[in-house]
Design a protein around this ligand. Structure first.
Ligand SMILES: [Mg+2]
Length: 307
């Protein structure tokens, strides 16, 4: 196990506090702020938006709120794949066994009663953060591509939804590259599948070295196709990243003597950028990148086309 999972080390998490009373938020913030990053929301709809866009590790949720109550918020979060895995602790003045049972039934992991006791809040938060870390570790394994070690298709799909919403909320540009290794079938036919796998691994390494911001993602999209997602990035800056990929490939120069394009492995890139808005289907960016990739492949390969 990595040392960061040791119980001796302070466990820092991102905690979302949801309570309609600012004074309650402040009490919890004072208890948690030394050790953790704290976000807060005074309303249910804001809480859901923050849960979707900021991916907190844990939510402390007030049961009784006007407009949307804690039970409704919890139910909505548990039905959204983006937020379903975030543990929720109910904070409630209610001491009715039925209310507590109801909270657990709809997916809460625990509850704490008001007025809150600082030691109990800290201890419960620590316990559930530890469990969350372990679950996240397992999830990371299910989200990584077995061959290249970068994100797999499922990882890409989840990140894509998250970044789409984040860029929509912030009205920033989201850029996507779909990348195809040129003449990969010819490579496999000539050099063998073992060498083909190694080439894909080297390409995966190259991508993860080129993509350095934590909000960006390089993933294996399937076969010899890869995807790079650049959050809050416009076409101009994405073009710089695409050029770096072509350049890095030229530098590592993996020989490919049966390629009609070049004596080494090259890649074709379809790039698209847009500012997501409510009227656009999330697939529209994927479609544009895919069309651009098609053009890159049909106009000589080893190039980037913009969709
Ligand atoms: Mg309340």
């Amino acid at each position: 196990m990595p040392t960061s999972f040791s119980t001796d080390l302070p466990l820092r998490g991102r905690i979302l506090i949801v309570d309609d009373m600012m004074e309650n938020v402040l009490v919890l913030n004072n208890i948690l702020k030394e050790q953790h990053e704290v976000l807060f929301a005074l309303k249910g709809d804001k809480a859901i938006e923050l849960a979707q866009t900021r991916a907190p590790d844990l939510i402390l949720l007030d049961a009784v709120m006007p407009e949307m109550d804690g039970y409704t918020v919890c139910t909505k979060l548990k039905h959204d794949p983006l937020t379903a895995d975030i543990p929720i602790i109910f904070i409630t003045a209610l001491t009715d066994v039925q209310d507590e049972t109801r909270a657990l039934d709809i997916g809460a992991v625990d509850f704490i009663s008001k007025p809150v006791n600082p030691s109990i809040v800290q201890a419960r938060v620590r316990t559930h953060l530890t469990l969350k870390r372990q679950t996240d570790l397992l999830r990371r394994l299910t989200l990584s591509d077995g061959l290249t070690g970068i994100g797999n298709r499922r990882c890409f799909d989840e990140q894509y939804q998250r970044e789409w919403r984040r860029c929509q909320r912030n009205q920033r540009s989201l850029s996507l590259m779909l990348i195809d290794v040129d003449h990969f079938k010819l490579y496999n036919d000539h050099y063998g599948h073992q060498a083909g796998d190694e080439a894909l691994q080297r390409f995966g390494d190259l991508l993860s070295q080129t993509i350095q911001r934590s909000s960006d993602l390089a993933a294996r999209y399937g076969g010899e196709e890869f995807a790079v997602l650049l959050s809050e990035t416009d076409t101009e800056h994405a073009m710089v990243v695409a050029a770096k990929i072509h350049q890095a490939l030229a530098e590592i120069a993996i020989p490919h003597h049966t390629s009609p394009t070049a004596p080494m492995i090259t890649a074709s890139i379809g790039l698209a950028s847009l500012v997501p808005d409510g009227g656009l289907a999330p697939d529209s960016l994927l479609e544009r990148a895919d069309q651009a990739l098609y053009r890159a492949k049909h106009s000589g390969r080893n190039r980037t086309e913009i969709g």
